[in-house]
Design a protein around this ligand. Structure first.
Ligand SMILES: Cc1ncc(COP(=O)(O)O)c(C=O)c1O
Length: 372
């Protein structure tokens, strides 16, 4: 095929057909139940009001949805408060697409994007590298996974366009404290944008979590990414949004096609925003399950990192891929962290109590079998 056919400025990744959810995974022989603990989903699912809204909206699917997502942005502002107006919000079909929109809006070939691994690197690279941007790494401190603002600021140069800050961080579960983020924002040059990926923000309890919306209200070059996949229990719907000063939010929104959000997503997102009691119930429940899992890790003398999310990173005594395989044979889907350069790390999502209990029993059985 002629090379000229393809866009020289875009270098896509190789297509991957990966099965990820329990419905589409092939069960290993002899396994009756699959336990989806790999994707940090919410086992309680969405609010019943969301399901009602989807059902109502489904009655008119032969008609296009509203041309713009304004009603959804108004509902998001209602949920966020803080005096934010809809022109500070842009919506994406998932948090991932929200990241993609930011990348498309700002990155040119040769621009640099700073990441602090271990983080959600796979996704950040996927949105940046096909556009010809170069990923530069300013890693977290080894072992403690402390965020090193000094290393990030040292990596900043004239080509830096985006700094990706995942807070709390996936896969470590840790919060990057307010003073570190404050120092970063103060050190940010005018030509760079700080992208704060806060899709797990609902789960945070620690008082030193930064108030990133204050930076948006103060018109800083900061864009916050949120998702309906986690605390809202709507991962299957693919809905997310960004928060930024109007000059940035409107610029990114200018990339969006008309009818960009489908009718079901608009109805569901609005209903979800209007039922914050459901979010609080999910958050309380999942915090409890994370605490229960941590107690079990303590009992089994397994090292783990303190988590401000709905998942936990723990250290494995055998290569993580081996443990991953053994867990998979018993129906447990977890995420080995080999690609994050943690060959002895596994990330497990908090599920419902029965799943968590089954997971701990399986883990204990595997550990006992290998110890003997
Ligand atoms: C840190 C982080 N950012 C963004 C996303 C994307 O979320 P979604 O595309 O489901 O909204 C995820 C998903 O797991 C994540 O862990």
């Amino acid at each position: 095929m002629s090379k000229e056919l393809f866009n020289p400025y875009i270098e896509p990744f190789t297509r991957v057909d990966r099965r990820a959810s329990p419905e589409d995974l092939r069960q290993p022989p002899g396994v009756d139940t699959l336990y989806p603990l790999a994707n940090n989903e919410n086992p309680l699912g969405p609010s019943p009001r969301v399901l009602e809204a989807i059902n109502d909206a489904a009655q008119s699917l032969s008609y296009y949805p509203e041309f713009s997502d304004l009603a959804l942005r108004e509902a998001i502002c209602g949920a966020l408060g803080r005096g934010l107006a809809p022109d500070s919000i842009f919506t994406g079909c998932s948090g991932f697409e929200t990241l993609e929109l930011i990348a498309r809006a700002f990155l040119r070939p040769g621009d640099e994007v700073i990441l602090s691994p271990p983080t959600f690197s796979g996704a950040y690279k996927k949105v940046a590298e096909p556009l010809g941007a170069k990923v530069v790494e300013a890693p977290l401190a080894p072992e403690t996974f402390r965020y090193r603002t000094d290393a990030v600021l040292r990596a900043v140069n004239e080509s830096t366009k985006l700094i990706m800050l995942c807070n709390p961080n996936n896969p470590t579960g840790a919060v990057i404290p307010a003073d570190a983020v404050d120092e970063l924002v103060r050190g940010l040059p005018d030509h760079a944008l700080l992208v704060v990926d806060e899709v797990y923000h609902h789960f945070v309890e620690t008082p030193d979590f930064p108030d990133s919306i204050q930076y948006v209200l103060a018109e800083k070059n900061v864009v916050i990414v949120h998702s309906f996949s986690k605390a809202y229990g709507l991962a299957g719907l693919r809905l997310g949004y960004g928060i930024a000063k109007p000059a940035i939010a409107n610029y990114i929104a200018g990339l969006l096609r008309g009818f960009h959000q489908n009718k079901l997503a608009l109805a569901a997102g609005i209903a979800a925003c209007q039922d914050q009691a459901h979010v609080r119930r999910c958050v309380d429940f999942l915090r409890g399950e994370v605490a229960w899992l941590c107690k079990q890790f303590d009992r089994l003398d397994i090292k783990y990192w303190k988590s401000s999310t709905n998942f936990i990173l723990f250290e494995t005594r055998m290569p993580a891929e081996d443990l991953n395989q053994q867990l998979l044979q018993r129906g447990f889907l977890v995420r080995a962290q080999t690609q994050n350069n943690l060959p002895f790390g596994i990330r497990v999502s908090a599920g419902a109590r029965a799943s968590n209990q089954a997971f701990i029993s399986a883990l204990e059985a595997i550990l006992n079998a290998t110890a003997n």
